[in-house]
Structures are given as C-alpha cells and as structure tokens.
Design a protein around this ligand. Structure first.
Ligand SMILES: [Mg+2]
Length: 268
C-alpha cells in the first residue's frame, strides 16, 4: 500500500447530484476491508454529515457521519483552534448560510444571532441570500466583526444547470470588508489540518487526495505535500486534464474512484 489515508471529494467523485457513481460502494468497501483510513471531504456547507449520509444511503452507499468532513465543520474547528476567532465567536455569530453551517456552529456551542454583531460573521452558500443579510453583514463589519467563509467556489453543479456558489456571497461581502475574509474550505491549509486531526494522523503520513476539480482538490494536495488523483467522473474532461500545468497538475488521472483505489492501492 502506497498511501496511509485517502481524502475523497464528494461531488463529481462519489456522486453527481443525488446519484451515487458506479463502483463507489465497491471502492469504499475495499478501503474499509483493507483498513485504509479515509474521509469524504466537501466544500458544501449546506448539509450536515448526517443529512449527507441519508442522501448517500438512498443511492446505495453506506457512510458514517464521522467519515465526512465539511467546510462548515472546518470553520467550527478553526474557531476552536484560534484565540482571535474563539473570542470573537463568543460575542455572537451572524450566519449567512444554511442549516449545515448553522447546525455545526450550534453543535460547537456558539450562539447564532439574527442581528448585527461585533463578533463573527460566518459566510457560506445561502440560497435565501438577500439585501437585508448583506446590510447586517456590513453593520457587523463596521462594528469590527471578523469574517470566516466556508469556501469560495464560484459555482456548483446540479443535475439541471450550474448554480451560483458560496463564492458569490463571499464576493459580495468582500466588497465592503475591511479585514481579510478567511476561507476554510478546500484548498485551504486549515482544511487539510482539520482532516489530519480527524484521522488522528501527523504531517509525515502519506495522503492521497482524490477529486474532480484541479483548483480545489489538486491544489489542496499541492499546498500540503500530499499526492493527488484527478478523476474524470466530475467536471474535468480528459483533454482538460491533459492540459493542466504547474500547481494544478495532478500526480494521477483516473476515470473514477474505483479505478483510483484499484490502481494506486491495488486493493480491489
Ligand atoms: Mg468535486
């Protein structure tokens, strides 16, 4: 076995829309029976792990909530590991985001406020985003609130069409932010640290990151000294994969998660 653990992207690797991709249950079963630790890692902050577990199980894939790491969980991890954000969060958290983000913050013991705050503004994908929320965020910025974002993906795929992502909300807030907006999702270093922490690993472990987006998944690997496998089951085509250079160029290109596990670990 050449890797100590796998970080596996969800959309475009494990599922597309609500459909679990072919071979994925077999690949996950092989990882389990071979004792290779893995985490499903996603920038999607709208669902809590238990919700994602239910969706995947409808598609025939059994995953446990503790095998999932979301950008909302990393945001909460970051608050817990930073004195600055920890102190700010105690004064209240204004959330521009959905139940996944709110639920993780509440589970972490943080108080969510419906009003402006001098504490923390947490920003993720919010499909009820509106001017009033933007007004409260501006008021919070003026009061000195810190800003954390789950991710800056500009769009995300649905079965029908590409939709505006959390990055669009973050861009709106960055227009008036007076301090840096810290981003927690892939490809941030804190995301990788949170993943290693969940796996109980240290930095010297050999990690393979499997994903379908060069700018998030491959970059997460490059920035953290991990190996990367780009799979063609999501948003990147074979010809696009061949054209990648520099920090976006993966170590491997495979058709699917199943082929990744078969070829790089030899355990199917
Ligand atoms: Mg993906």
């Amino acid at each position: 076995m050449r890797y100590d653990a796998l970080l596996i992207d969800v959309d475009g690797v494990v599922k597309v829309g609500t459909t679990v991709l072919a071979g994925v249950p077999r690949a996950i079963a092989a990882l389990r029976s071979s004792g290779v630790p893995f985490l499903l890692v996603t920038n999607n902050s709208t669902l809590r792990p238990a919700d994602l577990v239910r969706r995947l199980s409808l598609g025939g894939l059994d995953i446990r909530p503790e095998e999932i790491l979301t950008s909302a969980q990393v945001l909460v991890y970051s608050i817990g590991h930073s004195l600055t954000y920890g102190v700010a969060a105690k004064r209240g958290v204004l959330v521009i985001g959905e139940d996944g983000l709110k639920g993780e913050l509440q589970a972490g013991g943080y108080r969510i406020t419906e009003n402006s705050t001098d504490g923390l503004v947490a920003v993720g994908l919010d499909r009820s985003f509106n001017y009033e929320k933007l007004r409260l965020a501006l008021r919070s910025v003026k009061l000195g609130a810190r800003i954390l974002a789950t991710n800056t993906d500009s769009t995300y795929p649905s079965e029908e069409e590409e939709l505006p992502g959390a990055g669009a909300m973050v861009a709106a807030i960055r227009a008036f932010a007076t301090s840096p907006v810290r981003v927690m999702g892939k490809p941030s270093r804190v995301f990788f640290r949170a993943a290693l922490s969940r796996l109980g690993m240290n930095r010297s472990g050999r990690v393979l990151i499997v994903g379908d987006r060069p700018e998030t998944d491959v970059r997460l690997a490059k920035m953290n000294g991990a190996a990367s496998a780009l799979v063609l089951s999501g948003v990147t085509s074979a010809s696009e994969a061949r054209a990648l250079i520099g920090g976006m160029r993966p170590d491997y290109v495979f058709r699917s998660l199943e082929e990744t596990v078969k070829t790089s670990l030899g355990i199917i």
